[in-house]
Design a protein around this ligand. Structure first.
Ligand code: BGC
Length: 259
């Protein structure tokens, strides 16, 4: 594949919204460099986080900006998303399962949107503008947070909905042992959590043989506490875009898929 086919330079503006457990955040993104075109707006996620309440809050975020009608809009959601519909709800209100996230947000905003998995958005952003920029081959992004999210990017193309947080390892749903929330819940030292991560990433690298693993999620800002503890064949590095990655990746994917 030629260089320009793999990592096509993007341009223009798109809008990204990151729907998280505690906040719904949005900003316009310059697709040339992945930078925000204006300060991000954040509104607390309504509780209970039902589809209607969340869609109304997304509309509030979008309406805080004066966007042209045609600007592509992408929203992240922490679940498997197939053709706009949430198929799972590991760490969100179960009423989301079967909900068409795109339709709910379109109805509330009056705009066409693309809905994508949260880790997919973050991984795509890191591949385009962050830690994995320009990296050929197989890049795996793993986000460590309430759950474990994953994104598989092959020569710049996203393979969506990989859900590697739910691998069954030693009889457990992997994220229930190795997510950042498990470190917190079980009051683990970095070393004790590191052992769980070692087990997790060993299984993952033996199944996927990635060229590079990028670790994201809020805890990645403390990467020097746990990444050096890992002994892996694969190069493993921290994410760079931090909590902007979801917004940036959602915007970029929306621009790609606008048809
Ligand atoms: C969900 C994924 C999500 C990840 C991070 C997992 O529990 O199944 O869809 O990407 O958490 O939010």
């Amino acid at each position: 594949m030629s260089e320009d086919k793999k990592h096509t330079k993007k341009h223009g503006t798109a809008f990204g919204v990151d729907i998280g457990g505690s906040g719904i955040k949005g900003a316009p993104v310059d697709l040339g460099d992945g930078e925000f075109g204006a300060d991000r707006v954040r509104i607390p996620t309504p509780q209970p986080s039902t589809p209607d309440a969340v869609a109304a809050t997304v509309a509030e975020v979008v309406d805080s900006f004066h966007l042209d009608k045609g600007v592509p809009i992408g929203v992240t959601f922490p679940a498997v998303i197939l053709h706009g519909v949430a198929q799972s709800a590991a760490n969100v209100d179960k009423s989301w399962i079967g909900t068409n996230v795109e339709k709910a947000v379109q109805h509330a905003t009056g705009r066409k949107v693309l809905a994508v998995n949260d880790a997919d958005a973050a991984g795509y952003a890191e591949a385009l503008y962050g830690a994995a920029k320009g990296v050929d081959g197989v890049v795996l992004m793993v986000t460590l947070g309430t759950g474990i999210g994953s994104a598989l990017i092959v020569d710049g193309h996203l393979v969506p909905n990989t859900e590697l947080g739910h691998l069954e390892i030693d009889g457990h749903d992997a994220e229930s042992r190795a997510a950042e929330s498990a470190r917190d819940r079980d009051d683990l030292s970095w070393e004790a959590w590191g052992e769980r991560l070692q087990r997790y990433f060993t299984v993952v690298e033996n199944l996927f043989w990635p060229d590079l693993i990028v670790v994201g999620g809020g805890v990645s800002k403390h990467h020097e506490k746990f990444l050096p503890l890992l002994d892996l064949r694969t190069k493993i590095i921290p994410a760079e875009l931090r909590n902007a990655a979801g917004i940036i990746g959602a915007a970029a994917l929306a621009a790609d898929y606008r048809g």
